[in-house]
Design a protein around this ligand. Sequence first.
Ligand code: MN
Length: 243
Amino acid sequence: MKILVTNDDGIYSPGLLCLAKQASRYGEVIVMAPDVEQSSMGQAITSSKPISYKPSPIHFDGLEAYRVNGTPSDCVALGLHLFEDVDLVLSGINLGSNLGNSAWHSGTLSAARQAVLFGVRGIALSVSVGETETDFEALEPFVQDALEEVVGNKEPELLNINFPRSPRGQVVWTNQSVRQYDGKVIAQSDPMGRSHFWFTVIPIEPVDEGSDRWAVKTGKTSITPMVLDLTDNEYLKKINGSS
Ligand code: MN
């Protein structure tokens, strides 16, 4: 199996190294990741300037690794262009959960979605973070369990996996929690008195049982199967008639 590994935290993220190491248990790994952090870039692509890539073997201990001056989705597009017969794209492990509404702006999940657009399976992996540094060595067995559950399968094409900060070992299949948008804009002013704004995410409480948020909140690893099609089929049926 040939696996392209990417992320949105950048080539030097310890989460990327952890994922590349775990991916190498399943086959040939090529790492292609942004040269700087590209979190919350969603599925942006670079269309107004050229993109290039450079070998970036430091930290990757024998794995083929490259850094790209582009977005996570650029990395996937470039990787699938350069390397033939990629079977799977893994994205992460993101430092910070990508639950519920985060799906819309997450660069991590968008990279996996970009793979699916190109006809390749995509799996995004993220871990909740706290005040102390994330211990990826302690997370390794849980990453192994989650990958074991999904890597060998042919479907679904798109998966969003989230680990709690301290997993207890249970892996559950969940739905994406979409209730209301949890983004908040906080207005402040800088030392010169000029207005500026913080775009923040405030978790919605309580969580719905069976959802990705619920799983991670209760110490479980969450796996959410996803699709690309955003069509409102119920409305379409209604407007076009049900015949
Ligand atoms: Mn990130």
